[in-house]
Design a protein. Structure first.
Length: 352
């Protein structure tokens, strides 16, 4: 792992730390305040923005998405899939990423980074990515559980926000969620480069890329309202603290966000997912709410204990370091488990 940086908050006290390098060529160190691509933590902010529209009476959680987007989700599917199903990944709409990046699916020639490189500066339109997910075999029936995690859901939610507000989704989320929450270093990127101090982001692609390749310069149109945000660990802790305290959405909306269902994540594990966030139960340690995010070369986790007294956000600048299929135990996994346990205030026996 080239570099890791984090912020922990505990009952009013704050610790920030960093270890390792942001650039393998120069040895430039990572620092705790660096900006980072936070991946699917974006989904919590998108869900909050949708719930702000629910509070305003412009969207109903259990309304068919076809009521708002009949051109994108037509016919019976548009009538069967609701806004809530998109938010909690029970829509049954498939993930589009293997179709936008066909080389990662493998096949006769094996997994390669060809499509990652081909798409580095490609400008995708949300409608074309959504069409890929809708054309793929469904992952399940609408409303069935366990749900199956799909970024297609959150691109549709971005289009929903655009349709009901008359404003580009990224602009509305910035105005309705990012700015009111006081997130000073959080934004959707306007181009392939991150503005401000940041690390390079190294992708190993399950060992296919050796040495890992830097993908910190990348056009994020391939996943903008699914996983496109750039932020800091301080901002992510601030956001989840204010969300839990009822300062981002109304208490009724926060209660809806915490209604979880089982969802099969992209790595094949089953998580308890609400509306844009998931629940982590650690026996003897407590209930935590938050999210995990990955993109090419970048990983982030942000969790807050249900009583609001303990928070942990960390970022890493290498992804998919382990092999495909059923990977063997890896030292990085053990180190991250130790870090998470200590940062969340859990003993190792409780965490394991």
């Amino acid at each position: 792992m080239p570099g890791v940086f984090a912020e922990v908050r505990d009952s009013g006290r704050t610790w920030r730390g960093a270890s390792g390098v942001a650039d393998l060529d120069t040895g430039r160190p990572v620092t705790p305040e660096m900006r980072h691509r936070v991946g699917s933590l974006t989904k919590t902010l998108v869900a909050a923005a949708v719930l702000r529209q629910v509070e305003a009476g412009r969207v109903r959680l259990d309304a068919p998405i076809g009521d708002h987007l009949p051109d994108l989700v037509p016919g019976e599917r548009g009538r069967a899939v609701t806004v809530r199903m998109l938010l909690n990944h029970t829509s049954g709409i498939a993930e589009y990423i293997p179709y936008a990046f066909p080389s990662i699916r493998g096949g006769a020639s094996g997994v390669s980074a060809q499509s990652l490189d081909d798409n580095r500066f490609r400008r995708f339109r949300p409608a074309e990515l959504i069409a890929m997910g809708l054309a793929a075999p469904p992952s399940g029936a609408p409303g069935a559980t366990p749900g199956v995690y799909s970024n297609t859901n959150y691109l549709l939610l971005g289009q929903l926000l655009e349709r009901v507000t008359g404003t580009p989704a990224e602009e509305y989320i910035t105005r309705a969620v990012i700015e009111p929450a006081g997130l000073r270093h959080t934004s959707f990127p306007s181009g392939p480069r991150i503005k401000g101090p940041h690390s390079k982001m190294y992708e190993a692609l399950w060992g296919v890329l050796d040495p890992p390749r830097d993908y910190s310069v990348y056009d994020m149109s391939w996943v903008m309202t699914g996983a496109g945000l750039v932020s800091t660990m301080e901002d992510m802790n601030r956001f989840y603290a204010r969300l839990l305290a009822g300062r981002v959405v109304a208490p009724s909306s926060w209660a809806e966000m915490r209604r979880t269902v089982p969802v099969v994540a992209l790595d094949g594990s089953t998580i308890q997912y609400g509306l844009g966030l998931h629940r982590l139960e650690i026996p003897g340690c407590g209930t935590f709410w938050g999210n995990e995010g990955t993109t090419w070369g970048a990983g982030t986790v942000s969790m807050i204990r249900a009583d609001g007294k303990r928070q942990f956000s960390f970022a890493i600048n290498l992804m998919r370091w382990n092999g495909p299929g059923r990977p063997q135990p890896h030292p990085v996994d053990g180190a991250l488990a130790t870090l998470k346990a200590r940062a969340l205030g859990c003993s190792m026996s409780e965490h394991s």
